[in-house]
Each structure stands twice: as structure tokens, then as C-alpha cells.
Design a protein around this ligand. Structure first.
Ligand SMILES: NC(=O)c1ccc[n+]([C@@H]2O[C@H](COP(=O)([O-])OP(=O)(O)OC[C@H]3O[C@@H](n4cnc5c(N)ncnc54)[C@H](OP(=O)(O)O)[C@@H]3O)[C@@H](O)[C@H]2O)c1
Length: 234
């Protein structure tokens, strides 16, 4: 719960996009934020004194790193994730392993190993995606993100009543590495198709995440919050 003056958040994917926005936002609130980074260089760029090194493409490394991490935390926010822009029918087994390891298996390991670190009322937020519901050209992405929503549902039953877990499923978010590869006219076309005629922004997702961690959301658990401008209704 994030109502006290100084809270401690553990955040993956803090070097870019939504994770970076959350890192800056929570620090701006006076909280301590510990990034999980692939290499110490990532932590250096963030100016973080304390960090955990773990590559999510190697779930056993995540297991070791988080098993050895004993600091009590108020939240774990998982933003690490990849897209491969490959159909299931073009992907190699190595591609499939990579996306399952980063987007799902390491997240399962993290949720499991971090239970010991959760203070009473601490909350886990996992980034899913609208693609998990509507499907995607990148089938591996859609499959793993829907599994993150399922992980959120089933883990909520085990974590209650002490702790909460919530998934956030954005539509397309501008200003992230995931959208950087898209041409601006393509992004413009996509934006016009969204009923709200706007894309998400990392800062607004950081604020939503921070709200989800607050005591106002004490009954919110096991669910997935859609933030997609009505691009996909379910
Ligand atoms: N952007 C969107 O439109 C969108 C839409 C729906 C859902 N989401 C979800 O929201 C979350 C954040 O997305 P984003 O677009 O803000 O991300 P992003 O800008 O693409 O950044 C991805 C982050 O994940 C980290 N990461 C990638 N591979 C990793 C690995 N093997 N081990 C550890 N960390 C790794 C990256 O670290 P490095 O700097 O070390 O590479 C980076 O910090 C993701 O889970 C994504 O699926 C995004």
C-alpha cells in the first residue's frame, strides 16, 4: 500500500517506457525504487545506488537473484517484456522460448520468489496487454500476455488476504521502445482507429500504477485493468 511517506518499490523494465516513467514518478514522490536490470550499466544510467541484476530471458538467473534478495518491499511492478513481431508460424523454437521466458516464465518465478519480501498490504502489478484479449500478429506476445492475466487471477487467491496482485492491460502506448519501430503515419492511422483518438502515454500509466498500489484500491485484486481508449472492449 502506498500511503506512507517513503515506500520501497522493486521494478523490472525500469530502463525504458512505462517502467522508466514509474521509476521517475515514484522517486518524485519520495519513494525508494530498486530496478531489476539486465546489467549494472542499466542501473548506472538510471542513477540507482541499489539494484538487482537479472536477465529475464534466463528464468534460473531470475530465480537465483530474487531468491537471494531479502529486502522488504511495498510493491513489485513488472514492466519487463518484449515483442518479436513474428507470427507463430514463422517463429523458431528459440524465438518461442525467448518470449515465454521473458514475458511469462520469469514473471512467474518473480511472483513466487518475491512473496517472502512482500510487507503486509504490499501489492504486485504485472503488465499484460490488450493483445492478450484480442490477439496479435505476434502470437507469442498475445499468448504470454493473456497468461500474465491468468497468473494475476490465480495468484490473487494465494496472496489474499495479506497482499494483492493486479494486471494492467494497455492498448498502444506512445514513447516506448515497443512503439518506436512504427512509422509515424502508421501510428497516426492506429490512433484514428482508437475510439478515444489517442494512444496511452508512459506517464499516465505510471500514475495509474501508483494509484493501484494505494490504499484506495485495497479491494482490487485478481483483475486486469484495461487502459486502451475503448480500442478493445470485453
Ligand atoms: N508499449 C506498448 O504499446 C505496450 C502495450 C501494451 C502492453 N505493454 C507492456 O507494458 C510493459 C512495458 O512496456 P514498454 O513499451 O514500456 O517497454 P519498452 O519501452 O519496450 O522497454 C522494455 C523494458 O523491458 C526490459 N527487458 C527486455 N528484455 C529484458 C530481459 N531479458 N531481462 C530484463 N529486462 C528486460 C528492457 O530492459 P533493457 O533496457 O535492458 O532492454 C526495458 O526496460 C511490457 O510488459 C509490455 O508488454 C506495452
Amino acid at each position: 500500500m502506498v500511503d506512507g511517506p517513503k515506500r520501497t518499490h522493486l521494478v523490472s523494465g525500469a530502463t525504458s517506457g512505462i517502467g522508466r516513467a514509474f521509476y521517475d514518478y515514484a522517486r518524485g514522490k519520495g519513494d525508494a525504487v530498486i530496478p531489476i536490470v539486465r546489467s549494472p550499466a542499466g542501473a548506472h544510467d538510471l542513477g540507482a545506488d541499489e539494484f538487482v541484476v537479472a536477465d529475464f530471458s534466463r528464468p534460473r538467473e531470475v530465480d537465483r537473484a530474487l531468491g537471494a534478495f531479502h529486502e522488504p518491499i511495498d510493491s513489485f511492478v513488472n514492466c519487463a517484456g518484449i515483442m518479436q513481431s513474428k507470427s507463430l508460424f514463422d517463429a523458431s523454437v528459440e524465438d518461442m522460448e525467448e518470449i515465454v521466458n521473458i514475458n511469462l516464465l520469469s514473471v512467474m518465478v518473480a511472483v513466487s520468489r518475491l512473496r517472502k519480501n512482500l510487507k503486509p498490504d504490499a501489492t504486485i502489478v504485472l503488465y499484460g496487454s490488450q493483445s492478450g484479449f484480442k490477439g496479435s500478429f505476434d502470437d507469442g506476445y498475445a499468448i504470454t500476455k493473456d497468461a500474465v492475466h491468468a497468473l494475476t487471477r490465480t495468484a490473487s487467491l494465494k496472496l489474499a488476504p495479506r497482499n494483492r496482485i493486479v494486471a494492467i492491460a494497455p492498448g498502444i502506448v506512445a514513447g516506448t521502445r515497443m512503439t518506436q519501430g512504427r512509422r509515424s503515419d502508421d501510428l497516426g492511422q492506429v490512433t484514428r482507429k482508437v475510439p478515444m483518438h489517442r494512444l496511452g502515454h508512459p506517464r499516465e500509466l505510471a500514475e495509474i500504477t501508483y494509484f493501484v498500489l494505494s490504499g484506495s484500491c485495497a479491494s482490487m485484486t485478481g483483475c486486469t485493468i484495461d487502459v486502451n481508449g475503448a480500442n478493445y472492449l470485453r
